[in-house]
Design a protein around this ligand. Structure first.
Ligand code: NAD
Length: 355
């Protein structure tokens, strides 16, 4: 099979880590007889420098024409002073919106060999962390009516959380189906004791739960969930939640594994095409030094193999190779705890060898 992948390397460490993932994909292609064909699109700060806008039409077209998109990261201090509509992050929102990517999947797994890197107490880490957060990505407060006004006390501002039953159902189904492929446990996180939008969320999820009797379903309030993630993350399998709560909880959960350089993500819509990216940013502080950890991007490419191309065996092989290399003691600087470390390129080569 031939798969067309649009690469969006972006800024900072983006080009280094995307290059690593491409080398791993090519090794997978060679081993299992697949052809991956790449097209590169400029987006983010580099596109602002070249074309004066973060997401040129041509870049978006390349994404729409592909079977999937692999993104590095966008942004950096050079573009921080620009007005909102010109900021590099607009490129991400633009791609998500135009590709209809309403579900963000973020697996959080603490690898046994890296338990020391986790801030969790040893006995808590020892119980294991292997969960996946499904975050709604195109609704809620990030897209609701907003504005500024005045009253007798002075200036005020507001944002609005709006969710339709249809939006909740759509993301809820992703949660149940994802749980079905994993440990068959789903926790829906809301704030139904206070927010009307959360009450509709909970009602809708309860109705959906009747269609998935094989899934152990529970509700949890977001404040409790924030606490439980630290107290006993081993209780979770799949968590489904809104855009705002998912944004916050997924960053919290990512820290349980010790390094942001290890965590992958997928953004999916109704079809098979998705956008895959590491959860970290462009890390301008280490760009060009060769020390960026490529694993998050390599694991994002593995998610692409599994979720967009249906190549589960190949995706598992990449994950196994990453774990084997870490188990053999190779560390990039971010996970070396001050000890010896290898460059990102060397880590990539070892993963390819392990494949
Ligand atoms: P960041 O994730 O880029 O970096 C945070 C810290 O983690 C830094 O110390 C960095 O060196 C380290 N780090 C990140 N990825 C690493 C890796 N692969 N290997 C080793 N260390 C790594 O977050 P930030 O510094 O807040 O943001 C930098 C820029 O990235 C900003 O312009 C921000 O807007 C942008 N950003 C982009 C995305 C995205 O493209 N999806 C996401 C978050 C932030």
């Amino acid at each position: 099979m031939t798969y067309r992948i649009t690469l969006v390397p972006g800024d900072g460490i983006g080009p280094e880590i995307v290059d690593s993932a491409v080398r791993v994909l090519n090794a997978v292609g060679q081993k299992y007889g697949h052809a991956f064909v790449y097209d590169t699109a400029l987006a983010g700060g580099c596109a602002i420098d070249r074309f004066g806008e973060p997401l040129p039409d041509e870049s978006l077209r390349k994404c729409l024409d592909s079977d999937s998109v692999l993104l590095g990261a966008v942004g950096g201090p050079k573009w921080d002073g620009l007005p909102g509509h010109l900021r590099p992050e607009r490129a991400l929102l633009g791609i998500r919106k135009e590709l209809g990517l309403f579900a963000n999947l973020r697996p959080v797994k603490l690898m046994k060999v890296l338990a020391d890197a986790s801030p969790l107490r040893a006995d808590v880490a020892g119980r294991g962390v292997d969960l996946l957060i499904v975050r709604e990505l195109t609704g809620g407060m990030y897209f609701g009516p907003r504005g500024r006004g005045r009253d007798e006390t002075g200036e005020n501002a507001f944002d609005t959380e709006i969710y339709s039953r249809a939006e909740i159902e759509r993301i809820g189904r992703v949660g149940f189906k994802t749980a079905r492929k994993r440990g068959k446990k789903l926790t829906s996180v809301d704030k139904a004791n206070v927010l009307e939008s959360s009450r509709l969320w909970r009602e809708t999820m309860h109705e959906l739960a009747l269609e998935y009797p094989d899934i152990a379903y529970t509700d949890m309030l977001v404040d409790n969930c924030a606490m439980q993630l630290i107290r006993d993350p081993s209780q979770f399998d799949v968590i489904v939640t809104s855009n705002l709560f998912g944004d916050i909880l997924s960053d919290e959960a990512s820290q349980l594994t010790g390094s942001i350089g290890l965590l992958a993500s997928a953004s999916l819509g109704a079809g098979t095409r998705g956008m895959y990216e590491p959860i970290h940013g462009s890390a301008p502080d280490i760009a060009g030094q060769g020390v960026a950890n490529p694993i998050a991007t390599i694991l994002s490419a593995a998610m692409m193999l599994n979720l967009s191309f249906g190549l589960k065996r190949e995706a598992d092989a990449v994950e196994t190779a990453v774990e084997a290399v870490l188990a053999a003691g190779a560390r990039t600087r971010d996970i070396a705890a001050g000890g010896a470390y290898v460059t990102g390129a060397e880590m990539t080569e070892r993963i390819i060898k392990a494949l």
